[in-house]
Write a protein that binds this ligand. Structure first.
Ligand SMILES: Nc1ncnc2c1ncn2[C@@H]1O[C@H](COP(=O)(O)OP(=O)(O)OP(=O)(O)O)[C@@H](O)[C@H]1O
Ligand SMILES: *[C@@H]1O[C@H](CO)[C@@H](O)[C@H](O)[C@H]1NC(C)=O
Ligand SMILES: *[C@@H]1O[C@H](CO)[C@@H](O)[C@H](O)[C@H]1NC(C)=O
Ligand SMILES: *[C@@H]1O[C@H](CO)[C@@H](O)[C@H](O)[C@H]1NC(C)=O
Ligand SMILES: [Mg+2]
Length: 433
């Protein structure tokens, strides 16, 4: 008898360990295993790439070879591009030829490109121009998000099926036929990361994350009762708080653009760098600069940073589609799966920070509004308060899910301050151009 209970005890202990290991495993390992083979240090610049290194020298030289009158165009820190929407400038290189075409009326006229067709790409040295901003279709406007969230809240779900990634993410169909991705976190951190990143994006005016609401599982509620059997079979626990995000049709994968790959000089506000991009490419790059700020702030390693890390053993990883990033047919980037942000990402900062800062340091062009919000949050030092207010006012289930710790709030404020410093650094570097 005693032997039996001892055995039972041992079995129990083993089961407990196995459970703990399983949870830990699914949390950490599933995410990290992709990156933890063969560690060597990647080498892609440092935080502040700039003129002292080899890169802009070439460009500065090109600038100097342009006669003074032609340089006038750049006097206010602007840059100009052909109005060849969607057509790559075949002249290609940095050479002064581009400048020449820009300002020489005779040659322009011969090419049928009137002077008025040159538009500015960058303003005040480091901001994407209004002209480009006007070409960015808003992904999920505030109005759209509000309407979706109101409709989704409490609406009956008639189907749960695969289609949103892992088994713990299910594609839900509402009674009205619209769809959402339901994310069931293995623990609350993941749902918190997903949710707070959504609100942080809101605070920054970044509209690339699909609208999100929380819901508490309750098979007796109108929202969930129709799919109760599915919920049982998924072994989702009652009362768990899950997130629902708008499902978007016809999304496709996105490969990291050339200027953001590790071999490039980074994304700098230099005419030679930007002018050979098509308008479409520029509009996408503009969204990437928001992505990079958001992922830096939230320490989300599960997109560009994980690629950079994987480069150590997979030299072609940048040529493949980026994790957790999709594109609509109209050219909007959609940032999905932000569960690594803010909570989990902050826990594992030691491992990832050097990659985070490398990527931030490779970008010196920003959306003006995003930069302004960062500057504001830096000056007022109230990121935690503003994020909490927005979250609490917008999400009725915020008390259920909770907020991140004060320690993590401090980490976020520090990261705001670092992005602010980086923007200031870029401004100092490129404003005079
Ligand atoms: N909001 C959405 N709209 C449309 N499709 C989506 C949406 N969210 C997720 N998907 C689809 O599900 C796939 C996986 O999504 P997600 O990254 O959220 O889950 P995951 O479990 O982390 O999967 P993976 O491990 O492949 O990254 C996406 O590539 C996309 O095809
Ligand atoms: C644009 O020019 C840069 C620098 O001259 C070059 O590295 C890059 O490959 C060009 N990009 C395209 C799309 O032609
Ligand atoms: C670019 O050209 C198109 C047609 O050629 C014109 O409709 C448009 O207004 C031009 N844009 C700018 C900014 O000049
Ligand atoms: C998605 O693509 C299909 C097939 O090309 C098309 O019929 C449908 O209208 C598209 N939906 C959206 C929302 O763009
Ligand atoms: Mg994912």
């Amino acid at each position: 008898m005693r032997a039996v209970s001892a055995n039972l005890l041992a079995l129990l202990l083993f089961c407990t360990c196995a459970c703990v290991f399983y949870v830990w495993n699914s949390l950490e390992v599933s995410r990290l295993e992709r990156y933890t083979r063969g560690l060597q240090s990647a080498s892609w610049g440092t935080l502040h790439p700039g003129p002292p290194s080899d890169l802009p020298v070439k460009t500065f030289r090109a600038l100097l070879t342009v006669p003074a009158a032609q340089r006038l165009h750049f006097g206010d820190g602007r840059q100009y591009v052909h109005n060849l929407t969607g057509v790559r400038d075949q002249t290609g290189s940095l050479g002064s030829r581009d400048y020449h075409i820009n300002v020489d009326n005779k040659e322009s006229a011969q090419k049928g490109v009137p002077e008025s067709n040159f538009v500015s790409l960058v303003e005040e040295g480091i901001f994407w121009s209004e002209w480009l901003e006007d070409r960015l279709p808003v992904s999920f406007s505030e109005k759209h998000a509000r309407a979706w969230r109101e409709r989704a809240r409490g609406q009956r779900i008639v189907k749960l099926e695969p289609g949103c990634g892992r088994i713990s993410n299910q594609l839900a169909t509402f009674l009205d036929g619209t769809k959402a991705c339901v994310r069931y976190g293995i623990n609350a951190d993941q749902v918190q990361g997903e949710t707070l990143t959504y609100y942080l994006a809101g605070l920054l005016g970044i509209t690339n994350i699909p609208p999100l609401i929380l819901s508490q599982l309750n098979v007796d509620s109108e929202q969930w009762d129709y799919v109760r059997r599915k919920i049982f079979s998924l072994q989702w626990s009652e009362r768990a708080v899950v997130s629902l995000t708008e499902w978007v049709a016809n999304l496709t994968g996105v490969v990291t653009p050339e200027p953001l790959r590790q071999k490039s000089k980074g994304l700098l506000p230099l005419p030679g760098e930007l002018r050979n991009q098509t308008t479409e490419e520029l509009v996408e790059l503009m969204q990437w600069t928001d992505l990079i700020i958001l992922d830096y702030l939230s320490a989300n390693f599960d997109r560009l940073v994980s690629n950079l890390f994987s480069l150590q053993w997979d030299s072609r990883v940048m040529e493949r589609e980026t994790n957790n990033l999709l594109r609509t047919p109209r050219g909007n980037l959609v940032f999905i799966d932000n569960e690594a942000g803010l909570v989990h990402g902050f826990r594992v900062l030691d491992m990832w920070e050097k990659y985070h800062s490398t990527i931030l340091g490779s970008v010196c062009v920003f959306r003006k509004r995003t930069a302004q919000r960062v500057i504001e949050l830096h000056r007022r030092r109230d990121t935690r308060t503003r994020l909490l207010e927005l979250y609490r006012d917008s999400e009725p289930l915020s008390p259920e899910l909770g907020f991140f710790s004060d320690e993590h709030a401090g980490v976020l404020q520090t990261r705001i301050d670092r992005v602010y410093k980086h923007i200031t650094h870029c401004k100092g570097m490129y404003h005079q151009l």
